[in-house]
Design a protein around this ligand. Structure first.
Ligand code: AMP
Length: 285
């Protein structure tokens, strides 16, 4: 695996691979790898002949007072894990290599990204859309892999690719969970042992809420309220939101229009996000 720090070096490596007729796959990450990240890398390797992983804790997607400075980092371990997965190129730029002084151009999606996390983290998705566009321009991948764990991010990227005619295929990867149901996240290290023990109840309660939603009559509001209350009682955390949304991440009021139950929970120092998909036939899938 080759490690590079600048967009110019990425272009060099990628164009050499492309000239051999190889399809290029990209996995954007912020590092501190876990099985979720590794599953994306495996998928990229299956779907392409040259796998690029970017590792960049992108400052423009963090708000003031968020965890940019303390975001977990372990470059040597990441290097080892990505190498073992057969990644061809690791792009790990410094912020200065990604953003020119006085950078003043952003990419902003105005619908998919507005609700849910977009409401509680203003500017977050503008930072995401901008950095992902830059990564697409630098790497020019044929395909890029995003996890369903960050559901709104995935849907926003799909919308952006469609709206801006970006020539890249977006592949969605399933959520990887701990055996007890907690979705893997780099931020799980923020949890104390007691919080870690309670954290899976977030997912279990979302599953219960999704079951209540299936075949329910009337409005979703009561189900969301009950789900939020159960999550807070069982985890000791504070709900940011629990929402019933369609494929476009718009809130729905009729249970039959609900495709996902999505939530965010403050638990100790961590802000956890998770979602559960509700199948077209009303079954969980
Ligand atoms: P991050 O480093 O947290 O920005 O995540 C990089 C990519 O890995 C994103 O596409 C995430 O959706 C994906 N990802 C993170 N956690 C998981 C997980 N538990 N299962 C599947 N994908 C994940």
């Amino acid at each position: 695996m080759k490690v590079v720090r600048t967009p110019g070096e990425v272009r060099e490596q990628v164009s050499a691979a492309r000239s051999r007729g190889t399809a290029i796959g990209l996995v954007p990450t912020m590092g501190y790898f876990h099985e979720g990240h590794l599953s994306l890398m495996r998928l990229a390797r299956q779907e392409s002949g040259f796998c690029v992983v970017s590792l960049f804790v992108n400052p423009t997607q963090f708000g003031p007072g968020e965890d940019l400075a303390s975001y977990p980092r372990d470059f040597d371990r990441d290097l080892e894990l990505a190498g073992r997965e057969g990644v061809d190129l690791l792009f790990a730029p410094e912020a200065a290599a990604m953003y020119q002084p006085g950078a003043s151009t952003y990419v902003e999606e105005t619908s998919v990204s507005r609700g849910l996390c977009g409401k509680s983290r203003p500017g977050h998705f503008r930072g995401v859309a901008t950095v992902v566009t830059k990564l697409f321009n630098i790497v020019a991948p044929d395909l890029a892999i995003f996890g369903r764990k960050d559901l709104q991010q995935l849907m926003l990227i799909r919308r952006m690719v469609r709206d801006l005619d970006l020539p890249v295929r977006i592949i969605a990867a399933p959520i990887v969970r701990e055996p007890d149901g907690l979705a893997l996240s780099s931020r799980n290290v923020y949890l104390s042992p007691a919080e870690r023990e309670k954290a899976p109840r977030f997912h279990l309660s979302l599953l219960e809420g999704a079951r209540d939603m299936t075949g329910a009559k009337g409005e979703v509001a009561q189900i969301l309220k009950d789900t939020a209350r159960r999550i807070e009682e069982r985890t000791g955390g504070t709900i940011d939101f629990v929402s019933a949304v369609d494929e476009d991440m718009q809130e729905v009021s009729r249970p039959e229009d609900c495709r996902y139950l999505a939530g965010a929970l403050f638990l100790g120092r961590a802000r956890l996000i998770d979602n559960v998909r509700i199948g077209a036939a009303g079954e969980l899938d």
